[in-house]
Design a protein around this ligand. Structure first.
Ligand code: LMR
Length: 397
């Protein structure tokens, strides 16, 4: 049977990292996958994570199964991190939640939940979006459509077109939004725009689904949740997927969460049972270790403070590299004004480079960026930024 199987295309992001690993050129640079690297090019183990792991190793934890939805303590810590400790939805017990294998796992559980409970719903994705979004919903049998988001010539959010599109979405559909640090554009709504989007979604009767993979990478832990919290009005409904890959640098532990905010505590119980049902037939129950680390850090005042400092340091380094890249492009004599890159938020810069220019960067210079022109700014360092800028000059001129 396997002889008739056709090969699947390489993943547009992780496939590049696989190709990068196999590239024998010594000066190669990987600016494709969204993984933070420090100024020496290493993906750090955060000090707060190291300390939490020491504590966990010293306590004799059991390796028995977790509940289907994972650790309730961890889920509560995530809800408080995302919504703030005082949020009405927490007090009203309107939240169903699950510990999931990464943010992607949370999205897949959300997709299965939508398929099981709202079989007629379409999920609306921003144009452009993370290339794995359409795959996840397609795998769950959920149809997707796109709404306008990015105004490429203006390097800005096309808020007018976005609001008009939301106004035309059928009630009962799902509106997927990036909680902060839009992937791939780095262009987020402003607080007043978030309010307009939340109003438009409420008027249209669509269910917001917030993909929240970069909390802390735009402005701060609390500040970055402001858009998401705008949707959590009294009685309002929401799905949110958190990831701790980036802000805890826990990429290979696969730790994330799905939150579902329901209008009442009774509805939340029913939604929880449906979430548990889809998890049971998928991966049964989640892996424990990453969530134990996150829970340990979030619940210890000292470690929590240390974590916030470490997130701020990663954010500051990325923003510093944005400025360095814009300066290096000017110094290299690249034509055009790239100052828009300093206004983009999160790990990525949507450079505007064409597919051909991206291919030339890889083929001629061993510099890997995503086909959409997305550069992982968190992979730039003081010692490679001038070289990257010079190579960009060569492919654009
Ligand atoms: C990215 O967009 O590079 C990250 O979210 C990693 C991934 O899984 O694609």
């Amino acid at each position: 049977m396997f002889e008739s199987v056709a090969a699947a295309p390489a993943d547009p992001i992780l496939g590049l990292t696989a190709a990068f690993r196999g590239d024998p050129r010594p000066a190669k640079i990987n600016l494709s996958v969204g993984v933070y690297q420090d100024e020496t090019g290493k993906t750090p183990l955060l000090a707060c994570v190291h300390e939490a792991e020491q504590r966990l190793a010293a306590s004799s934890g059991s390796k028995s199964y977790l509940p289907i939805s994972g650790s309730a303590e961890y889920c509560a810590a995530v809800a408080e991190l995302v919504l703030g400790t005082e949020h009405e939805a927490i007090a009203a017990k309107r939240i169903a939640a699950a510990q999931t294998p990464g943010g992607t796992g949370g999205l897949r559980v959300a997709a299965d939940l939508i398929h099981a409970t709202f079989p007629g719903a379409t999920v609306w994705l921003s144009e452009p979006t993370w290339p794995n979004h359409p795959n996840i919903f397609a795998a769950a049998g959920v149809p997707t459509k796109t709404y306008p988001y990015f105004d490429a010539p203006g390097n800005r959010l096309d808020i007018e077109a976005m609001l008009a599109a939301i106004g035309k979405m059928p009630a009962g559909d799902v509106l997927l939004l990036h909680g902060c640090c839009h992937n791939p554009t780095g262009v987020d709504p402003t607080p007043p725009q978030w309010k307009q989007i939340a109003d438009a979604a409420a008027n249209a009767g669509v269910l917001p689904l917030l993909d929240f993979a970069y909390q802390g990478f735009a402005e701060g832990i609390t500040e970055d949740a402001a858009g998401l919290v705008e949707f959590c009005r009294p009685g309002a409904e929401l799905l949110a997927c958190s990831s701790f890959s980036k802000n805890f640098s826990l990429y290979n532990e696969r730790v994330g969460a799905l939150l579902a905010i329901a209008p009442t505590a009774e509805a939340a119980c029913a939604v929880q049972s449906q979430i548990n049902k889809v998890i049971r037939s998928n991966y049964s129950n989640p892996p424990a270790h990453g969530a134990q680390i996150v829970n340990t850090v979030l619940r210890d005042a000292e470690l929590r403070q240390q974590w916030e400092g470490e997130v701020a340091a990663m954010r500051d380094r990325i923003n510093g590299m944005r400025t360095s890249l814009v300066e290096a492009l000017a110094d290299a004599g690249v034509p055009g004004d790239y100052s828009f890159m300093t206004r983009q938020r999160g790990m990525f810069s949507f450079s505007g480079l064409t597919k051909d220019q991206v291919a030339k960067l890889k083929d001629d210079h061993a510099i890997y960026i995503v086909g959409s022109g997305r550069i992982n700014v968190a992979g730039l360092t003081p010692s490679n930024v001038a070289h990257v800028a010079e190579c960009i000059r060569q492919v654009v001129t």
